[in-house]
Design a protein around this ligand. Structure first.
Ligand code: NCD
Length: 308
């Protein structure tokens, strides 16, 4: 039986290397067409209290393609939260309408809170600046698909490392694979100290720099994130770091020419469009891997897929 059967998926921190490997392996099987309508009979609730394009639509498409059904809403205005209902009451209600729920919410810890009141498994689709585990599953799958292995790779993470939940989850995962990590950010947007401490405790080689060109010529992956405007308390603070990075063809050249460029998307202006035409750019393939990844995960959680 899968380690994910009936389990809530809240944070990469709750997982070990075997869990992550299981999701990647089953994602590979799903992508290669090995499995059929394994979500038939399942109703998945998609509760998005924050904007989303990729995560919500890929979850929805993923479920429908495998014979399941979806219910839910794409913004808090479309839910009874706009009438004053509490988050907990919404979750207590929706738990009776579905077999699993996928939640995105601006408050850190909200998916965990939901899992404490729901009687069905909860999947965290992003809780504030904290975690985004299903993004990490698809990021790891994409890295492995492109580079064959994750162990020992040199991964650069660049941009808003303070508020970016995708890089928080990814860093937490890479510590289980012995990757070398270079963190590239303005001084005010550095990776939180508690995550740095976890990396160090796991024996990860990790350094912090301010400009991508300082990373040298042996990065395997450059993972770029948007400056998370909506998480800044002070608009002036945002303006002081907005547009601080723009990766162009010459940045890729300075990094040795071979680096794979990833981005969870949406991008604002941190990657020039000329990069889209380069073989280094894999961010749209990365986004498309959201479908088999989310299918694999939900299949494991609902029990329609197993891993031996
Ligand atoms: C990310 C998110 O929501 O954290 N988007 C996504 O899910 N692909 C990244 C971002 O919004 O910058």
């Amino acid at each position: 039986m899968s380690r994910f059967r009936n389990r809530s998926v809240l944070s990469i921190r709750d997982m070990d290397r075997e869990d992550l490997t299981e999701v990647m392996e089953v994602t590979g099987q799903v992508k290669s067409g090995m499995h059929g309508s394994f979500l038939e009979g399942s109703t998945i609730a998609l509760l998005f209290f924050e904007p989303s394009t990729r995560t919500r639509l890929s979850f929805e498409s993923a479920v429908l393609q495998r014979g399941g059904r979806v219910v839910g809403f794409g913004s808090p205005e479309a839910s009874s939260q706009s009438k004053g209902e509490t988050f907990v009451d919404t979750i207590r209600t929706v738990t009776g309408y579905c077999d699993a729920m996928v939640i995105r919410h601006p408050v850190e810890g909200s998916a965990r809170l939901a899992s404490e009141v729901a009687s069905v498994p909860v999947v965290n689709a992003g809780d504030g600046a904290n975690q985004h585990p299903t993004q990490t599953f698809l990021d790891l799958f994409t890295i492995r698909e492109q580079l064959g292995d994750i162990d020992g790779l040199h991964v650069g993470m660049m941009g808003d490392l303070k508020y970016g939940r995708t890089v928080h989850s990814l860093a937490t995962a890479l510590r289980l694979f012995g990757a070398e990590i270079t963190l590239i950010s303005p001084p005010t947007l550095r990776m939180p100290a508690h995550i740095l401490a976890e990396l160090t405790a796991a024996g990860i080689r990790c350094r912090e720099i301010e400009q991508p060109e300082e990373a040298g010529r042996n990065l395997d992956v450059l993972y770029i994130t948007r400056i998370q405007r909506e998480r800044f308390g002070d608009p002036q603070e945002y303006e002081s770091v907005a547009h601080c990075y723009r990766v162009t063809a010459s940045t890729i050249d300075a990094l040795g020419g071979k680096v794979r460029v990833m981005h969870p998307l949406p991008r604002v202006d941190e990657i020039a469009e000329e990069v889209d035409r380069m073989p280094n750019a894999i961010y749209f393939e990365q986004a498309h891997n959201g479908i088999p990844t989310r299918q694999a995960l939900l299949g494991l959680v609902m029990g329609g897929l197993a891993h031996d």
